[in-house]
Design a protein around this ligand. Structure first.
Ligand SMILES: Nc1ccn([C@@H]2O[C@H](COP(=O)(O)OP(=O)(O)OC[C@H](O)CO)[C@@H](O)[C@H]2O)c(=O)n1
Length: 337
């Protein structure tokens, strides 16, 4: 749902100067047990897989911009294979997989390898009859492809496993190509809050106003509000997926959507929302707010060492969801109010 503005790539070399403050030290709250899954006795209604920030590139390991985290560009494909194999081994298999954005890294563009890298990742995801995949577009999608290319690609999940046409179509309606009106709006907003020459350097207090983030337009917020109103009326339970996190307690401040507060206002005005899933912050995070909404930020594959994993399977029940995490992703019981 959430899209990021396009930006040019910097070089792969890292001079290790601290360019912005790094993230919080305290780990997110973790639920220590998923015993509810066994105690429940009932079978889940359905399950789905979740994976975030694969950022595959056929290049040697590197680092994030501020050189605080190693990035395992090539290994990310192997971690995806392990996730895919795990989902395939489950019985019953997950109904679908959520890919939360940044499926390939922006460095592919520099190496003219965007299409090849995407094909390699999709081969793993679609491996031998695996579950259908819903793709979210993150900032790295826009480093690699134009909006038109994305819409025409397999990353357009319109129609995947029963998605409603309108909803799926709307979810990709954002045009952040440099020439677009929306790009201009986004850039003006960014410049109002960030006066650094390098717009990926965060301003003092409002760290999220950097170029690799983005925001939700009024159109998108109204669209979300409309859909949630319908879900309220139908007494549905809604999980929203986005590349960018929206709750400050579920993410490093530098990774938050610019207007996260406006998104939270919409979520809080509806009783149907039970969960908000995001990626982008590779360290992950979790928070349950006063309204009982669970904000899950999934740990990124790209910064997960080769011997570890970073994916999950969510089992959906009438009264809760149970996340069975693998490797860096913690298992949690997500009880509805
Ligand atoms: N080695 C690198 C890595 C990145 N950059 C540039 O830095 C900007 C932001 O990095 P990006 O890779 O887009 O960030 P992610 O979306 O992967 O992660 C966001 C949070 O940091 C997660 O914690 C961008 O302009 C890159 O090109 C670089 O120059 N050198």
């Amino acid at each position: 749902m959430c899209k990021n503005i396009n930006t040019s790539l910097k070089t792969s070399t890292c001079d290790c100067r601290p360019r912005w403050r790094t993230k919080r030290a305290a780990p997110a709250h973790r639920t220590s047990s998923i015993s509810g899954m066994e105690e429940e006795g009932a079978r889940p209604l359905f399950s789905f897989g979740v994976i975030a920030d694969i950022q595959y590139a056929d290049i040697d390991d590197g680092y994030n911009f501020v050189c605080t985290r190693r990035r395992y560009y090539r290994h990310s494909l192997k971690l995806l294979r392990r996730a895919s194999d795990s989902w395939k081994s489950e019985s019953p298999r997950p109904s679908f997989v959520l890919q939360l954005g940044d499926i390939i890294d922006g460095f592919n563009k520099k190496h003219d390898a965007s299409r090849k890298a995407l094909d390699a990742v999709l081969r793993e995801l679609n491996n031998d009859g695996a579950a259908a995949v819903h793709h979210v577009w993150g900032n790295h999608e826009f480093y690699n492809f134009s909006r038109e290319e994305l819409s025409a690609s397999a990353l357009n999940s319109k129609g995947v496993c029963g998605a409603e046409e309108g909803a799926a179509g709307d979810s990709y309606w954002y045009d952040f190509s440099p020439r677009s009106e929306r790009y201009g709006q986004a850039l003006r907003l960014l410049l109002e809050h960030n006066d650094n020459e390098e717009l990926n350097n965060p301003p003092g207090l409002e760290q999220r106003f950097v170029k690799f983030n983005g925001g939700f337009s009024q159109d998108q917020l109204q669209w979300l509000d409309r859909l949630l109103t319908i879900s309220d009326e139908k007494h549905e339970k809604v999980t929203i997926v986005s590349h960018l996190p929206v709750h400050p307690s579920s993410s490093d401040p530098i990774c938050l959507a610019w207007n996260y507060d406006e998104v939270l206002s919409v979520l809080h005005s509806h009783k149907c929302v039970v969960c908000f899933m995001a990626g982008h912050d590779h360290d992950g995070g979790y928070h349950k707010d006063f309204y009982g909404i669970h904000y899950l930020t999934f740990e990124g594959v790209i910064e997960t060492p080769p011997e570890q994993d970073a994916f999950g399977t969510v089992y959906v029940y009438e009264d809760k969801m149970i996340l069975k995490g693998h490797g860096r992703v913690a298992s949690r019981i997500l009880q509805y109010l």
